[in-house]
Design a protein around this ligand. Structure first.
Ligand SMILES: CC(C)(COP(=O)(O)OP(=O)(O)OC[C@H]1O[C@@H](n2cnc3c(N)ncnc32)[C@H](O)[C@@H]1OP(=O)(O)O)[C@@H](O)C(=O)NCCC(=O)NCCS
Length: 231
């Protein structure tokens, strides 16, 4: 089967079909924003949906990116390949195309993704294996940030997802000033402040958030590397 990759930056188009056929089956509900919310991100000009379309015109894989304008960080919010199509290179191709498109358009300080820790148990085969998923991103050059990270709660702090990792897929060299394996805590602070407030609707001031923000102050920046080689 041959696939072509198309991008849309406006709502409508393939969004509803991609949401129903590719994203909903691939993510636990707490890790996936509503279709309306993705449409709103596209409507405000901050979204990018790349879709791998098969010969028959059906979506086989998709990547959704959210541009966090104030901190100049692009987040790969969702990347999924339909279960029967996984393991044949389509996810890797889509990730490369998405990163190329986003680097050219935004010139971002960072491109990040959040994934479940490989210590997490495999919830359902369709959601994928956390260990293999980390392997996928590391093969693409992503590095794991050494942070007590949680995914902000979509719609409120009570909906946070614990046990998540924040990955750096691309970092502008300006933000790794001293060492390539350390990332500027100031940049991460700006991004997480913006992201948390938007997702949860109120400033976060609890213990978990405080621990995360304290980690940004680490002298010399936040360590990042392969999962197995973290300090
Ligand atoms: C992770 C994912 C996007 C990779 O796409 P893909 O087309 O299968 O990947 P590729 O063929 O380009 O690369 C192969 C690698 O992908 C990973 N992979 C393949 N099948 C996988 C699965 N069922 N679960 C998790 N990772 C898988 C492995 O690392 C694999 O390398 P390996 O064979 O050496 O173990 C895809 O498997 C998927 O949709 N998983 C479920 C949703 C998800 O985890 N999304 C990422 C979080 S945003």
């Amino acid at each position: 089967m041959k696939y072509r990759i198309v991008e849309q930056t406006r709502p409508g188009g393939m969004l509803a079909q991609v949401y129903r056929e590719v994203l909903v089956p691939a993510f636990p509900p707490e890790e996936l924003e509503s279709e309306e919310s993705l449409a709103e991100t596209l409507e405000t000009g901050l979204g990018s949906l790349l879709v791998a379309v098969d010969d028959t015109g059906r979506p086989a894989a998709a990547a959704f990116g959210h541009w966090w304008e104030a901190s100049r960080v692009q987040m790969l919010a969702n990347l999924a390949v339909k279960p029967g199509t996984r393991g044949h290179g389509l996810g890797g191709r889509l990730l490369r195309d998405a990163v190329d498109a986003w680097r050219e358009r935004y010139d971002p300080c960072l491109i990040v993704a959040e994934i479940e820790s490989p210590d997490a148990r495999m919830v359902h085969e369709d959601y994928g294996d956390p260990r293999r998923r980390l392997g996928f991103y590391e093969s693409a050059g992503a590095r794991v940030l050494d942070l007590p990270y949680f995914q902000p709660g979509i719609g409120g702090a009570s909906r946070r997802v614990q046990g998540m990792l924040l990955l750096v897929i691309h970092a502008d060299p300006t933000f790794t000033p001293e060492r390539l394996d350390r990332l500027s805590g100031k940049l991460l602070r700006a991004f997480i402040t913006e992201y948390l407030a938007a997702a949860e609707g109120e400033p976060a001031n609890d213990w978990d958030a405080k621990a995360l923000f304290r980690a940004f102050d680490r002298e010399g920046g936040i360590p990042m590397g392969r999962w197995g080689t973290r300090p």
